[in-house]
Design a binder for this molecule. Sequence first.
Ligand SMILES: NC(=O)c1ccc[n+]([C@@H]2O[C@H](COP(=O)([O-])OP(=O)(O)OC[C@H]3O[C@@H](n4cnc5c(N)ncnc54)[C@H](OP(=O)(O)O)[C@@H]3O)[C@@H](O)[C@H]2O)c1
Length: 353
Amino acid sequence: MTKIFIVGGTGHIGGAVLDAICTTYPEVELTALVRDEQKANRLVSKYPYVIPVIGGLNSLELLKSASESADIVINAGPDITHDAGIAAIIKGLENRSEKGYYIHTSGGALIWDEPDGSKPGTKIWDDVADIDEITSMPEYRTHRQTDKLVFAASPNVNVAIVSPTILYGLGPSIEHPVPLTIPEILNTVGRISGGFMVSAGKNLQSYVHVVDLARLYLLLVSYAIDGKESVAGMDLWGPKAYYFGADEEVGFADFMAALVSVLRKKGMVSNEEITPINVADAAKAHAGANAEHAPSLDSWSMHIAMMYGTDMRVCSTRGKNIGWQPQEPAVRETLEEVVERYLAEKKGRPSTV
Ligand SMILES: NC(=O)c1ccc[n+]([C@@H]2O[C@H](COP(=O)([O-])OP(=O)(O)OC[C@H]3O[C@@H](n4cnc5c(N)ncnc54)[C@H](OP(=O)(O)O)[C@@H]3O)[C@@H](O)[C@H]2O)c1
């Protein structure tokens, strides 16, 4: 029986991956790292065959032993600042007698450009055509340090990196059904009292529906279970196995127009105007709206503000070549249900929008 160990299985991405595996491979032994007992109980009540282990990305011995016991490890938890945990996963997989599989989650912030918004960026990053540049970026680029650590393990472990762009849509996760960017954007909207964009909001960004992204992980899992090394002449694993998870491209101003239309319908903003702001103001608005981060401008607020203004134009050629086909509804079609779910979850908490 195949054994899979998943980190981040309660998350927006990981929850969709876990759900896809449970549905497609009910016979697999699936162990999930969960951060506390309550979440473990909720997870098992929905997926009775999942085996929870309590711990975090700093539980190094646990990560190592659970990974050593697994044929396939999927990490859909955060990568940044968690290199020690990721190294422990790799160490565990390296200890196996048979070469194991590690499917790691990185992110499209690797290729963000200067946040501008006055005109659309022209560079479209392709995970096949641009793979040499993608895998030799300097370490100060977001995600690069950990990508390097993962690829360095490729002689001993079958590694693949999935690099999502902006997630959208409702996911099956019990804990995080709403994409993590939505509360951030809504908090900023609340602070600015309406729609906003950096400069003219012409920056273009790739999006991926969480359920479609989970299909990419599932495809890799199915190839790992079958022991496949390549598809259509393309190596599935190894130091070039970098898969952008991207589908629809939307300009930030168009995204915001669709969002404020939903927000006005819900009585959350009074009009559909979109105010041009600069990145520093966006960061200040984000920091001020976010109790956890207020009142100082920290790197998370800067990261989010940069996300509002950056281009992130990406082509998932590698995934498409191995058979991945996104099929979920477009970004705009999902916004209303996502906002409704966000509001339902937020009930009882102080209003920021
Ligand atoms: N969402 C995006 O738009 C996006 C885009 C590109 C890349 N990514 C990458 O994908 C990762 C996951 O994204 P997501 O949207 O699924 O985030 P999410 O919904 O916040 O889920 C994160 C998952 O990781 C777990 N986790 C967080 N910190 C942990 C720790 N210290 N130890 C163990 N587990 C921990 C969370 O557990 P709890 O349930 O206990 O919180 C949850 O299961 C992000 O961190 C980012 O690196 C995301």
